[in-house]
Write a protein that binds this ligand. Structure first.
Ligand code: CAO
Length: 423
């Protein structure tokens, strides 16, 4: 028994943000039926292809545990099939460009008429307002949500981050919105509309920067390295390099081998409680009592000097050695792990955070597993579907069409070639 067993999702998502959400719901046991345009499908099937003729990793890594049905939602017969799907499903999830669903004839009003219990969940770039009609991709959301202006170094341009906070981050928000709406439906019997805007999702993750924006009016942000460096603050929160976001100063420091290994670095936090042990470890015991260094406020204008001294020590050690030496002393540090190291990490495989999946056309590949572990709802990762692999199965088993009706639907051009499903 899985947590969301019995919940049926009409998955109209594509690219990354929406598919992240429905993949998560599938991992929790929902029956996710991905609707794809006949012969075309989600654009990511053919993006960043590494194995010619096979679905790309971009597609496979976002669409595990789902079924795929090819359906032309603009064809009259296709609309009838889609109407039946709306009747049979609990949730419709979509991340089309604004207005696309209305143009298909399946906007919120229409959906409610067909199935008042249906939850209609959407990812959009922006919420209601002046940008609501815009198409949006990950990096646009990172820029519009405040992440880019606060990422990077104070003397450099804004930067986007490799973590897909706009797409995958918003997919997580949408999944929470959906299960919350399902919970409420238990009491009201009604569906509702769920909206997760990417700009709002990114801003939500950048709340500490909105905090700092307001603190600026009370004076300089003393925990930012630029304060100790004598660089004045402007009107907006500046980029803070690798400073930690909280009140415990931290930096990325070089470790042994940094000259040739781009990831031979560690994150090092000078947590106040660990200060005496840090002083002993790096050979600066005199800093424990020296009033210029003994308290956190006294250290704020000397962070460059302090981290310079700590780095002299970390440069004599490997990044894992730093961890081994600091952890027993409760000094918070973290090695900078490369994707290669993460891919090879046995611990991550043991917990199912990274899993190996077999695929009929591309063979074995690695993917991320469910990052959320439920003790009573195991989630194993099964391969992504081929385009239209389950068209016939869904028409027959979910919608109850007879063989004759299925052939009539196929002849109308509403679905892809049926023999594909039979192969
Ligand atoms: N049958 C028939 N038509 C279909 C179909 C189907 N099964 N599935 C999709 N379509 C049609 C849509 O109806 C739409 O047609 P119209 O423009 O005529 O209404 C068309 O395909 C294209 O949809 P789209 O505009 O959503 O796709 P796009 O590639 O042009 O834009 C994106 C992609 C992501 C920019 C846009 O969908 C968007 O802004 N989405 C919301 C924000 C979002 O999720 N962004 C993150 C994406 S991940 O990086």
């Amino acid at each position: 028994m899985k947590a969301l067993e019995g919940v049926r999702i009409l998955d109209f998502t594509h690219v990354q943000s929406g598919p992240t959400c429905t993949q998560l719901l599938a991992w929790f046991g929902a029956d996710v039926i991905k609707v794809e345009r006949p012969g075309v499908g989600d654009a990511t099937h053919n993006q960043l292809v590494d194995v010619p003729g096979a679905d790309s990793l971009y597609f496979t890594m976002l669409n595990h545990n789902k079924r795929s049905i090819e359906l032309n939602s603009k064809n009259e017969t296709g609309k009838q099939v889609l109407t039946r799907l709306v009747e049979e499903c609990d949730v419709l999830v979509e991340n089309f460009a604004p207005g696309a669903l209305d143009r298909m004839g399946f906007g919120w009003e229409a959906i409610q008429k067909i199935n008042p219990r249906m939850i209609m969940a959407s990812v959009k770039g922006f919420g209601p307002g002046k940008y609501e009609d815009c198409k949006v991709y990950e990096n646009v959301a990172q820029c519009a949500g405040g992440a880019a202006s606060t990422t990077g170094f104070v003397d450099g341009p804004p930067l986007v981050t490799g973590a897909q906070i706009g797409d995958s981050g918003t997919g997580l928000n949408l999944a929470l919105g959906i299960v919350t709406a399902l919970f409420q439906r238990e009491k009201t019997g009604r569906g509702q509309k769920v909206l997760a805007a990417m700009q709002a999702g990114v801003l939500n993750l950048c709340r500490v920067k909105l905090r700092d924006q307001q603190r600026l009016s009370a004076g300089p942000l003393t925990e930012y390295s630029q304060h100790g460096e004598g660089i004045p603050f402007g009107e907006a929160v500046p980029r803070a390099g690798n400073d930690s976001g909280g009140g415990q100063p931290g930096r990325i420091l070089k470790c042994k081998g940094w000259e040739t290994d781009p990831d031979a670095y560690t994150y090092f936090i000078t947590q106040a409680a660990a200060w005496p042990k840090i002083c002993d470890l790096i050979g600066k015991p005199e800093w424990k009592e020296d009033p210029g260094y003994a308290t956190p406020p006294a250290r704020l204008d000397k962070l460059n000097e302090i981290f310079g001294e700590i780095e002299k020590w970390t440069m004599t050690k490997g990044k894992f050695e730093v961890m081994d030496l600091c952890n027993p002393l409760d000094i918070p540090v973290g090695p900078i792990l490369s994707m290669k190291e993460i891919a090879e990490d046995e611990g991550l495989r043991a917990t199912g955070t990274i899993v190996e999946v077999d695929h009929p056309t591309r063979g074995k590949y690695l993917t991320v597993g469910n990052p959320i572990k439920l003790s009573d709802s195991p989630s194993e990762v099964t391969r992504s579907p081929l385009l239209g692999e389950h068209t016939e199965e869904v028409l027959r088993d979910v919608l109850g069409y007879s063989d004759e009706e299925i052939h009539r639907i196929a002849a109308s051009g509403a679905v892809g070639e049926l023999q594909k499903a039979a192969e």
